[in-house]
Write a protein that binds this ligand. Structure first.
Ligand SMILES: Cc1cc2nc3c(=O)[nH]c(=O)nc-3n(C[C@H](O)[C@H](O)[C@H](O)COP(=O)(O)O)c2cc1C
Length: 408
C-alpha cells in the first residue's frame, strides 16, 4: 500500500540554512504569521481563516487546554541522539506534525493548495488537501505526490462512490473523511465580514480587495489571468460552483442523514488508508475502529463547528483508550512544539496544524510554509532535549503534571 520513505530523503531536525527573506526572518513563532496575514489578506478572507463558530468557546478552550498541563522534565540524560522522525501508516515522516485540510486555500495564497502540499513534501511531512479546495485534486497530487485527500461526503451513495473513485484514480493513498459537519456551522463572523461561498460581488467586496493591493495583484488577479475563475473542484466527482458569483448557489446536498453505514461502504471501496476526522467521543473512536478505519483525527475543527465542543487535547486520553491500538491523531489549537509534545504524551501519535500554515502560505508562499514548518520542528527538537528524551515514543504522561488554573 504505502512504502517506507528512505530516511536519507528526510530533512534533518536542524533549522533550514537557506537565507530567509527579511520579512520572513522576522516571524519567530507560528503566532507571528497571523498578524502578517491580517495585513496581507482582505478582511472577509482573513476573517474566514481566523474565525470560529458562535462565541468562540471551543476556539479559546483549544488553546487553554494546553496551558493546563506543565512539563515535568528529566535532566542529565544524554539527548545527543534525539530524533523526531515518526512512522505513520508505514511511512516515515521528518516530524510528528502535518498540515490540516483547509478549504479555499487558493484564495489565501496563489495556488495555495499546491503551495501547502509542495512545502510539506519538501519538508518531509504530510499535507491534507481539503475537499473544499479550488484546484483539481489531480493537479495537486501531480505537484506533490504523497499528499492525503480529505472528503466531505456528498449526500447520496452514487456521488460518494464517484468522488472516492476519482481520488483513487488520481493516485491518493490516504483518504480522510471529515464527519463533524452534518450541517453548516453558525459562523456569525463570516456574515459580519461579508464572507460567503460563493463570494457575492459588491462595492464592499471590491473595496476590501482594493485595500489589499498585494493580495489583489499577487493572488486574485494572477489566478484569474492564469487559470480563470476558480471553482470548487473537489466536493464531488464533477466541478462545483465558482468562488465569486452573484447568483450561483453551492450544492450543499443534505449530509444530515449520513451514518456509519456510509463509512462501511467506503471502507469496502477504498483500498488505501482510511482516516475519520472529527472524533471527540470515546464511543465514536471505538465505532471508527469497528468500521475498519485505520486511524482517527481527534478534532473540533479548530472550534469552527459545534461551539462548546470539548477541546481535542482534553478528549485525547479517553479517546486513545477507547481506540484500542488504532492510530490516534489530533488537531485544534497546536501552535508550539511544546503543544505537539503534550498531545503525544496524552495519546496522540501525530498532530495537525491548520491556520498558521494558511497564514504562512499567504505571507510567504512555499518559503513561508517551509519557514513555519522549520520553526515548529526546531521547537519540538529543543523541547525534546530539555525534557530529556531521544525518541518521541518516550513522551508519556509521566512527563506532564496538571496545572491548577484560576478557572479550575
Ligand atoms: C480556513 C480553514 C478552512 C478549513 N477547511 C476545512 C476543510 O475543508 N475540511 C476539514 O476537514 N477541515 C477544515 N478545517 C479545519 C482544519 O482541518 C483543522 O481541523 C483546524 O484548522 C485545526 O485547528 P487549528 O486551526 O487551531 O490548528 C478548516 C480550518 C480552517 C482554519
Amino acid at each position: 500500500m504505502t512504502s517506507l520513505l528512505p530516511s536519507a530523503t528526510l530533512p534533518s531536525a536542524a533549522p533550514a540554512t537557506r537565507p530567509l527573506p527579511r520579512a520572513l526572518a522576522r516571524l519567530l513563532s507560528l503566532d507571528d504569521f497571523e498578524a502578517a496575514a491580517r495585513r496581507r489578506l482582505p478582511r472577509p478572507i482573513f476573517g474566514y481563516v481566523a474565525g470560529a463558530a458562535e462565541d468562540n468557546q471551543s476556539l479559546h478552550s483549544n488553546r487553554q487546554a494546553f496551558a493546563r498541563y506543565a512539563f515535568a522534565p528529566r535532566v542529565l540524560v544524554d539527548v545527543s541522539r534525539r530524533s523526531q522522525q515518526t512512522e505513520l501508516f508505514g511511512r516515515r515522516y521528518a516530524s510528528p506534525f502535518g498540515i490540516a485540510p483547509m478549504g479555499i486555500s487558493a484564495l489565501s495564497a496563489y495556488r495555495g493548495d499546491i503551495v501547502l502540499a509542495r512545502a510539506a513534501r519538501e519538508q518531509g511531512i504530510p499535507a491534507i488537501l481539503s475537499g473544499t479546495s479550488l484546484i483539481p485534486l489531480e493537479d495537486v497530487i501531480r505537484e506533490a505526490p504523497g499528499t492525503w485527500f480529505q472528503a466531505y461526503l456528498p449526500g447520496d451513495p452514487q456521488r460518494i462512490d464517484a468522488l472516492v473513485e476519482r481520488a483513487r484514480r488520481a493516485g491518493y493513498e490516504t483518504l480522510v473523511l471529515t464527519v463533524d459537519i452534518p450541517v453548516s456551522a453558525n459562523r456569525e463572523n463570516n456574515v459580519r465580514t461579508g464572507f460567503s461561498t460563493p463570494l457575492k460581488p459588491s462595492l464592499r467586496l471590491a473595496w476590501d480587495g482594493m485595500t489589499r493591493p498585494r493580495w489583489l495583484a499577487g493572488t486574485f488577479l494572477r489566478t484569474l489571468l492564469s487559470h480563470g475563475m476558480p471553482h470548487f473542484e473537489n466536493s464531488f466527482a464533477t466541478r462545483g460552483a465558482p468562488i465569486v458569483s452573484a447568483s450561483v448557489l453551492r450544492d450543499f446536498t443534505a449530509r444530515d442523514h449520513l451514518d456509519w453505514e456510509h463509512v462501511a461502504r467506503i471502507r469496502r471501496q477504498w483500498p488505501g488508508t482510511l482516516i475519520i476526522k472529527g472524533i471527540l467521543h470515546p464511543q465514536d473512536a471505538a465505532l471508527a475502529r469497528r468500521h475498519g478505519a485505520d486511524g482517527i483525527i481527534v478534532s473540533n475543527h479548530g472550534g469552527r463547528q459545534l461551539d462548546g465542543a470539548i477541546s481535542p487535547l482534553r478528549a485525547l486520553p479517553g479517546v486513545a483508550e477507547a481506540a484500542g491500538g488504532m492510530t490516534v491523531m489530533m488537531d485544534s489549537g497546536v501552535r508550539r512544539g511544546g503543544d505537539v509534545l503534550k498531545a503525544l504524551a496524552l495519546g496522540a501519535r501525530f498532530v495537525f496544524v491548520g491556520r498558521p500554515f494558511n497564514y504562512a502560505a499567504a505571507v510567504g508562499a512555499e518559503a513561508g510554509v517551509s519557514h513555519a514548518i522549520g520553526l515548529l520542528r526546531a521547537e519540538v527538537d529543543r523541547n525534546m532535549a530539555m525534557l530529556g528524551i531521544n525518541d518521541l515514543r518516550e513522551m508519556n504522561a509521566d512527563l506532564l503534571a496538571r496545572e491548577a488554573l484560576p478557572a479550575d
